[in-house]
Ligand binder design. Structure first.
Ligand code: GLC
Length: 487
């Protein structure tokens, strides 16, 4: 008999409606890839996955129509929830609005209280939405701390007499961001605080509560999934997560192989592919010209397209580059973020105006030209749950040089790039020296390029694994865990 699995996918951001970082790419691509899985994979199962997002003031959606209005009880009063509906390539997309969302200007604010107010409201409203629209949801799939509370509240719902069992999954894109103390908010929304086996400090934070309650936890790469079990990357939750090991399934993100395709990319000057690698060369010349760097195919062009963030090791890269007394290479860094790192990068350019270009802005077109035209892609991340840019770089024949961590370790091999172990400038500079030494050997270099370009980073591989997990969760007959509510 044909079975239907209904999944509600919750995220703080999703391209093209609203995008701040990698989460926005994944929340857009993954649910659509799951919807698009071919019948050879899904068999008899019909999968209806829908996306729900907060109606941040910067959200752009067309069409957009009001769907329903309901309210959540909060203390002695009620907060109104307004729901709008759109559609994206056949996928229903819901937007939730209400005072807590309207009163916060940005997607992520610097004020923890504002974010907590907004995302607690969003998570609880989104969790209630299926019932309001008479849609029998089977799996609540949340992402990161912003929506993790929906997973927790879903479990507390299951403790209610006669409640329908809805399974839950929490995808982990960034463990260090756990959200603020939400105990007061939980109290006012009437969500019970359970006696958990979380470390004491974590018992009132949305991400740990979500991890505690989730039926499945999915880090965005197998490598990161292992790393969070250890003290270096576990952020104090490593022991707790180790106990949950059997619920942990690292699934590697994909990239949009159609959009990021060097043979069919309007942003680049000369299309090329694995079969016409020689056509890549004009793109380097065009990029060097655009950046105002000397045009020379023999000078290696190093690149970063990154958030300017300590996570990404921008400071490590700057120090490693500085350590080369004799700069026989060119560098372009495109990205915005931490003003201190932006300034350090600008100082590097000031010291080497002939070799270095720092572009502190968001420029999707230039990013593509960089992937297509530069030789070496630097990603010295301190930690990297998955990382998308190294996959895009490989797709465009730009050889990655990465720290062997998380998703970088899972996607870059010595056959397709350069890896170094320690997150420090010396280790990076040593790897860089090796790469620079190999660069003049055109044959060896193109071997690296071709190995990267032949990799399949399509979403269908990940989508299939998520689908298998949904199926397992829905089939699981395990009774709901006992109600460990404190009072
Ligand atoms: C976060 C992680 C990054 C990952 C992205 C999408 O931004 O830092 O590694 O690729 O989420 O999952």
């Amino acid at each position: 008999m044909a079975e239907t699995i209904n999944v509600l996918f919750l995220a703080a951001e999703a391209d093209p409606f609203i995008k701040v970082g990698g989460l926005g790419d994944v929340s857009s691509a993954l649910p659509r890839a799951i919807r698009a899985l071919p019948i050879e994979i899904t068999g008899d199962t019909r999968l209806d996955i829908r996306l729900v997002l907060p109606m941040h003031s910067a959200v752009r959606a067309d069409p957009l129509r009001p769907l329903t209005v309901f309210s959540l009880k909060r203390g002695e009063s009620e907060v109104q929830v307004e729901v709008f509906e759109s559609v994206f390539e056949g996928m229903p997309v819901y937007f939730i609005s209400g005072d807590p969302i309207r009163s916060s200007g940005s997607v992520y604010s610097l004020k923890a209280e504002l974010d907590a107010e907004k995302y607690v409201f969003f998570s609880l409203a989104a969790m209630e939405l299926p019932r309001q629209i008479n849609w029998d949801v089977d799996v609540i799939h949340a992402n990161d701390w912003h929506t993790a509370l929906a997973v927790y509240a879903n479990l507390t719902k299951r403790w209610e007499e006669g409640a329908r069992r809805v399974a839950s999954m929490l995808t982990l894109h960034n463990l260090p961001f756990m959200g603020p103390d939400i105990s007061e908010l939980l109290k006012s929304y009437g969500v019970p605080l359970a006696q958990t086996d979380l470390p004491e400090w974590a018992r009132v934070m949305p991400l740990p509560l979500g991890l505690w309650a989730a039926d499945a936890i999915t880090p965005v790469s197998p490598g990161y999934g292992e790393e969070v079990l250890g003290p270096e990357f576990g952020c104090g939750l490593n022991e707790f997560l180790s106990q949950r090991r059997t619920s942990l399934h690292g699934i590697l993100n994909g990239i949009d192989m159609a959009s990021y395709n060097p043979i069919d990319d309007d942003a680049i000057d000369t299309p090329f592919s694995l079969l016409t690698l020689e056509d890549r060369a004009p793109n380097k010349a065009v990029l060097q010209t655009r950046l105002g760097l000397p045009v020379d195919p023999n000078v290696p062009l190093l690149a970063m397209v990154t958030r300017m963030d300590v996570q990404k090791g921008v400071d490590i890269a700057i120090k490693a580059l500085q350590s080369f007394k004799n700069m026989t290479f060119q560098v372009v860094i495109l990205g915005t973020g931490d003003p201190v790192l932006e300034q350090a990068a600008r100082e590097l350019q000031a010291a080497h105006p002939e070799n270095i270009r720092i572009e502190t802005r968001f420029d999707a077109q230039l990013a593509r030209q960089i992937y297509a035209g530069s030789d070496l892609f630097l990603m010295p991340s301190r930690y990297e749950p998955c990382g998308l840019s190294q996959m895009i770089a490989m797709r465009y024949g730009c050889v990655p040089l990465v720290r062997a961590t998380g998703g970088l370790r899972d996607t870059v091999t010595p056959e397709s790039g350069f890896l170094f172990q320690k997150a420090n400038p010396l280790a990076m500079a040593n790897a860089l020296r090796k790469a620079l030494h190999l660069f003049p050997d055109r044959k060896a270099w193109s071997k690296l390029q071709l190995a990267g370009m032949s990799k399949d980073f399509s979403w269908v591989n990940s989508a299939r694994q998520y689908f298998d997990l949904y199926q397992a969760l829905v089939l699981e007959t395990k009774p709901t865990s006992p109600n460990p509510i404190r009072s």
